[in-house]
Design a protein around this ligand. Structure first.
Ligand code: NAP
Length: 296
């Protein structure tokens, strides 16, 4: 047995995700201590070799690394506060993989720091069945030395990534990823609603939609470069040309009796950018519209 598989780990919270996390650690050979408010959920993991801690304090003392994955940050704070009289979390590195926003993550890091605890925040960009495979991307932010110290153990969970010292970064990437996900899905649904009016079913349209999404994804590095330079020369297309195509999408949707709210929303943003004098520039100039509060 090598050193990595001898490193013990604790998982607090055995919901759908916590059970997948603990299962992946066990599968990789790490002695795994678990705790859950409803202890019955630990049964199958205990059958696979996990140790069920009798209390949260015992769970926190059991391993150099403790993963917490509860419903939300309020639950994490409540649980760790309750356990304070029993045990300071100072002896273990806490990695909080509970979903939330960046302010909650920074607040939790401050709270842990005040108690002398080492703390990293994380975000899971995967569903439970993917945990333990390379497909499961898990983001971390906080002190780099603590991440590096525990990376060999964390590797059991999937593709683990370090983003930076600001503990809010993992949550920030998490919500930014949600913007990407819903935008792609909404755009696909808009197109699907349109083609269905001509009797084309969703499955027929999906490969074409996927191809367009892949082509647009390939534009991102070059467009990101324009955003970072703050310079938007129309190398391929000018915003005023794009806006004419947006008008076609709106007209087509309205003529077909399909919802046009989404294309009207992005045309309104582009119209504002044109009114501000950016019609001759390339699409990423809209970053200026996206970087201020809506409607201003
Ligand atoms: P879940 O199945 O609903 O489990 C929630 C867990 O939180 C349970 O262990 C529950 O304990 C515990 N909990 C809630 N309030 C508590 C409290 N006040 N004190 C102690 N324990 C408390 O949810 P999940 O799917 O595992 O998700 C957990 C986290 O992972 C969430 O932040 C979620 O957003 C994130 N996540 C989930 C997925 C997914 O696909 N499931 C994907 C990415 C991220 P009991 O068992 O006693 O109720």
């Amino acid at each position: 047995m090598n050193r990595t598989t001898e490193t013990s780990v604790t998982v607090i919270g055995l919901g759908l995700m916590g059970r997948a996390l603990a299962g992946a650690f066990l599968k990789a050979g790490h002695p795994t201590t678990v705790w859950n408010r409803t202890s019955a959920k630990a049964g199958p993991l205990v059958a696979e070799g996990a140790r069920l801690a009798p209390t949260v304090g015992d769970a926190l003392r059991a391993s150099p690394l403790t993963i917490i994955c509860l419903t939300d940050y309020a639950a994490v704070r409540e649980l760790l506060s309750e356990s304070e009289s029993e045990s300071e979390p100072a002896g273990t590195t806490l990695i909080n993989l509970t979903s939330g926003d960046s302010a909650q993550a920074r607040d939790a890091a401050r709270w842990a720091g005040q108690r002398g605890a080492r703390y990293l925040d994380g975000a899971i960009m995967a569903v439970p069945p993917a945990i333990g495979t390379a497909e499961a991307v898990i983001l971390h932010s906080g002190p780099q030395a603590d991440f590096e110290a525990h990376k060999p153990v964390l590797d059991a969970l999937g593709t683990v990534t370090y983003l930076g010292a600001d503990p809010g970064l993992a949550s920030l990437y998490d919500v930014a990823g949600l913007a990407m996900m819903w935008s792609v899905l909404n755009a696909w649904l808009q197109g699907t609603a349109l083609v269905r009016t001509a009797g084309v079913d969703a499955a027929t349209y999906a490969p074409f939609a996927r191809q367009i999404a892949a082509v647009v994804a390939d534009w991102l590095p070059g467009y990101a470069d324009q955003v970072d330079r703050g310079s938007f020369p129309a190398e391929v297309s000018a915003l005023e040309t794009d806006v004419r195509a947006m008008a076609h999408l709106i007209e087509e949707s309205e003529a077909a009796g399909v919802n046009a709210e989404l294309p009207k929303l992005f045309k309104a943003m582009a119209d504002r950018a044109i009114a501000a004098g950016h019609g001759g520039e390339q699409y990423p100039v809209l970053i200026e519209e996206f970087s201020k509060p809506g409607g201003d």
